[in-house]
Design a protein around this ligand. Structure first.
Ligand code: PMP
Length: 446
């Protein structure tokens, strides 16, 4: 009997035993091709020698020092490296242990900023319905997934949710992308005014949506339009790039492709590539300056902030990405991957939409393409795809459930940046077989 408190309490998953490159092996000797890097975590695949060497060297030298007493050379180097390539105006990186912690810290930084500059009446966040920002209570409060929020709703801080940018389902047939972007920005403006223009702290959004709807790529102009609305009312823009950032979409930060600069930017997953739990908030100078000139400290903190081994792993991952020119590779191979998915699945009668950028792709499944009607949630199509794919030796990241009152099943693909074109072909082949088998089984059960 297991004493580990697993997420699913009625079943125990296979035992992961070892991994190298694109593959994980379980204790029964089965090998899985990793097409999702867990949940979009892995950038360099498994057991990369440069990262292991950097971690070993750091452990031998200094494995832990509390940030209440010390800074470390490796944390300073990582922050320096991140600032070299950060969006304009960013001045500091705050290091945490993962994505939820990064979002939690960003929400508190935003609130404390307004307290410092004499606007303590700002107490409200606005975020988006189809979104995921983490599972801690603050991050969950801005998250828009009704299913995840439901049991905890009475405990969550005040947040209003507006429409996500979800062209496949929500852009009107007679609406150009630019008009759609303006309609969404107008909805954000109305939500700000409904709260009171001087009461809103920040608008929080994933630059490219991830764990709720299997990759939501924004239409051009959407983020420029929401940035303009935020600026009009002095509302901060927090972009959550925990999943879509650090090269995943082909540029280091996904926001680079949107032509906007956030006030706070959260990163995690790909930052350390899974070698260590690590995340960060990148902050605009004006926010850090307000705290520095005001109370002089950020009223926050965890025991493992800026953990030296986590920083060493992250620094090594980022150096390899640069040295091996993996971002141009992700852009070129990502386009090829999208074409492979389109060719294999574009005409499949149960595939409604295929969308993505770089090494970040989503496949949305529907029972009927014409009406875009999803499969009933009770059939758990996403779970059937995951099970079938694992039986074929493929790890992909299907998700499903009722979101915004609509049942939906999606598969998220986020291969490590080292994936070869042959790997991408193999992923496409195995995924297509799983989607075909699982949708046929659901058709039969419906
Ligand atoms: N934000 C986003 C956009 C995410 O995708 C996730 C994780 N899926 C989180 C925050 C939370 O990160 P973590 O699981 O590391 O706490």
């Amino acid at each position: 009997m297991t004493h580990v408190f697993h997420r699913h309490l009625r079943s125990t998953p296979p035992v992961a035993d070892s991994a190298a490159g694109m593959r994980i092996r379980d204790a029964d000797g089965r090998s899985y091709l990793d097409a999702s890097g867990g949940a979009a975590v892995s950038a360099l695949g498994h057991a990369h020698p440069d990262v292991l060497a950097a971690m070993h060297a750091q452990i031998d030298r200094l494995s832990y020092a509390h940030t209440g007493f010390f800074t470390t050379e490796v944390a300073e180097q990582l922050a320096h490296e991140l600032m070299r390539s950060a969006p304009a105006g960013m001045s500091h990186a705050y290091f945490v242990s993962g994505g939820s912690e990064a979002v939690e810290a960003a929400l508190k930084m935003a609130r404390q900023y307004f307290v410092e500059i004499g606007q303590p009446q700002r107490t409200h966040f606005i975020a988006r319905r189809q979104s995921y920002h983490g599972n801690t209570l603050g991050a969950l409060a801005v998250g828009g997934n009704a299913w995840r929020r439901a049991p905890f709703a009475p405990l969550l801080v005040p947040a209003t949710h507006v429409a996500p940018c979800y062209p496949y389902r929500e852009q009107r047939a007679d609406e150009a992308p630019a008009q759609y972007a303006l309609r969404l920005a107008a909805e954000l403006e109305a939500a700000i005014l409904a709260q009171g223009a001087d009461r809103v702290i920040a608008f929080v959004a994933e630059t490219v949506g991830g764990a709720t709807a299997g990759v939501l790529t924004p239409v051009a102009d959407y983020f420029r339009a929401v940035r303009a609305v935020c600026d009009k009312y002095g509302v901060l823009l927090i972009l959550d790039e925990v999943m879509c950032g650090m090269g995943r979409t082909g540029t280091l930060h996904a926001s680079e492709q949107e032509g906007v600069v956030p006030d706070l930017l959260t990163i995690a997953k790909g930052l350390g590539g899974g070698y260590q739990p690590v995340g960060a908030v990148l902050a605009q100078g004006k926010i850090v300056d307000a705290m520095s000139q005001g109370s002089g400290f950020f009223q926050h903190g965890h025991t493992y902030l800026g953990h030296p081994v986590a920083c060493a792993a992250a620094l090594a991952v980022q150096k390899v990405i640069q040295r091996d020119e993996l971002l141009p590779k992700v852009r070129a191979d990502g386009e090829a991957f999208g074409a492979m998915l389109q060719q294999a699945l574009g005409d499949h009668p149960r595939v409604g939409d295929i969308r993505g950028r770089g090494f970040f792709w989503g496949v949305e499944l529907v029972a009927d393409r014409g009406s875009k009607r999803p499969f009933p949630a009770a059939l758990k199509l996403h779970a059937a795809i995951k099970k079938d794919a694992m039986a074929r030796g493929l790890l992909c990241y299907p998700m499903g459930g009722t979101v915004n009152g609509v049942d939906g099943d999606h598969v998220l693909l986020a291969p490590p940046f080292i994936a070869s074109r042959d790997d991408l072909q193999e992923i496409t082949r195995l995924l297509s077989a799983s989607i075909d088998a699982a949708t046929r089984a659901c058709d039969a059960a419906a």
